[in-house]
Design a protein. Structure first.
Length: 460
């Protein structure tokens, strides 16, 4: 009997261990194609599945990161050698960096709050447990479930609402739409902690002058999967299409939809794939995924509440603040109605982010700073809720570690992004997107508006 139990346990342990994808001996290369010829060679590598690309689209002069398995290494190197394309090895053993990412950094007392810390990355259970603790410990916090994921997990967040008797502008923060972008959940949870505990007057004002709706992980199935099965998973976990994937691509890739291509705005028109085995699969139809529907419905409910001001979608990596819309070329910039303001607000935010650590976040339309794409959440929310300010923010780094950002960089990333948020909010306020709701400033704003009206009528 005892032996049987031991055997069962051994089998279970072995099974759990066996399903987790290992990146032992995988190498990460940096390639910057010099011209179209080199882009073509790189495309050959892409389509022959000799490597897993960390970027989905690329052109000449782009910084392209490619992960290569030990099995494909020789062939990969040969193709590049024959084509005379330069490749620099960035990571010698990807699995080692994955393991390192799970080791906590040396922590200080300020790096923790209740059961949570920012010296390490945490799984979904730890995040949700912490959200529950916040509700217990703060009267101004309520947990909220926006909906269920495909595998029936809660998509849980919190509402932070100081002074509920005052009608305030609303901000919504969306984290970890892409599963492997762990720094997103880490940064978004830091914002929550700062809103609830910081004594910095600027952070206090930001926390208390808004009603915040914050969701650290909107793709819970994918996020769990990055801990249990495959660290490099990006999509949700929708069932596989019947087909198997092309040679060289893991059949598991036929699962999942790229949630940031699945929203019903310009769906599948550009920068998205109809091949379910790719990382940018737009899904079988617009808003086919429960996570997409939940986010869209929640954002609409905030629109209906009125005064919906900010929608912020946090991703990694490449350090960008992307301004809607993402399917347009330069001449379509004005489609969003207030591109100039959104651009200015983002640039000032980026300036503030640079001041702390010198980290550069570039600002622009997706076509300029990344590549055109369609069906993203922040574009959808901008269009359908008419929220004034909507951004997709790509966090650290520039690709030295990419998705595998070491835990030592969580707090520096979070701090510079809080700086950015404060400055973006200050700029939005100076552009009169909203006024402080305290009595004194409300009177002042009314007086200014009345005076302005009188002057205009005199001039008219
Ligand atoms: Zn992303």
């Amino acid at each position: 009997m005892l032996l049987k139990n031991v055997l069962i346990i051994l089998v279970i342990v072995y099974t759990i261990d066996a399903v987790k994808k290992s990146y032992d001996g995988y190498k990460l290369y940096q390639i910057v194609p010099k011209d179209e010829r080199e882009v073509d060679i790189l495309n050959d590598v892409y389509y022959s599945n000799l490597g897993e690309f960390w970027v989905e689209y690329f052109k000449a002069k782009d910084d392209v990161k490619v992960m290569v398995s030990p099995k494909n290494l020789e062939k990969f190197q040969e193709v590049l050698r024959v084509g005379n394309v330069e490749a620099k090895e960035i990571i010698g053993d990807v699995q080692k960096v994955i393991n390192d990412q799970l080791k906590p950094a040396t922590s200080r007392a300020s790096d923790t709050y209740l059961s949570y810390s920012w010296s390490a990355y945490h799984d979904l259970d730890a995040i949700y447990k912490w959200l529950d603790e916040l509700e217990t410990n703060h009267t101004e916090v309520k947990t909220v479930v926006m909906g269920k994921s495909l595998e029936n997990r809660d998509i849980k967040g919190i509402i932070i609402n100081y002074h509920p008797e005052i009608n305030k502008p609303i901000g919504m923060i969306e984290g970890t739409l892409h599963a492997r972008e762990w720094i997103s959940a880490a940064t978004v949870t830091w914002f929550i902690k700062e809103f609830l505990t910081s004594t910095d007057p600027q952070i206090r004002a930001l926390a208390e002058n808004f009603e915040w709706h914050v969701f650290p992980v909107v793709n819970p199935d994918g996020y769990v999967y990055t801990f249990t099965d495959n660290r490099m998973w990006r999509k949700n976990r929708s069932p596989a299409s019947a087909k198997t994937c092309a040679e060289g691509v893991d059949d598991d890739m036929s699962h999942g939809v790229d949630l940031n291509r699945n929203f019903d705005f310009e769906w599948a028109t550009v920068g998205a794939s109809n091949d379910s085995c790719t990382n940018t699969y737009a899904g079988p139809s617009p808003a086919s995924e429960p996570e997409t529907k939940a986010i869209a419905e929640y954002a609409l409910s905030l629109k209906n509440k009125g005064n919906f001001m900010y929608y912020l979608s946090y991703h990694s990596y490449t350090q960008l603040i992307i301004v809607p819309y993402s399917h347009v070329q330069s001449d379509g910039a004005l489609l969003s109605g207030n591109y100039g303001d959104m651009f200015e607000i983002a640039v000032r935010g980026s300036d503030a982010m640079r001041r702390r650590n010198g980290t550069e976040y570039r600002v622009g339309l997706s076509v300029h700073v990344l590549y055109p794409m369609s069906g993203s959440s922040f574009d959808w929310v901008k269009y359908y809720t008419n929220v004034p300010i909507s951004y997709l923010i790509e966090l650290r780094d520039l690709g030295e570690y990419g998705f595998l950002l070491p835990p030592e960089q969580i707090i520096p990333t979070a701090l510079e992004n809080m700086d950015g948020l404060i400055e973006m909010d200050r700029t939005a306020r100076s552009l009169r997107y909203y006024a402080h709701t305290s009595g004194a400033s409300r009177v002042l704003v009314s007086a200014v508006v009345v005076a302005f009206g009188i002057v205009m009528s005199l001039l008219g």
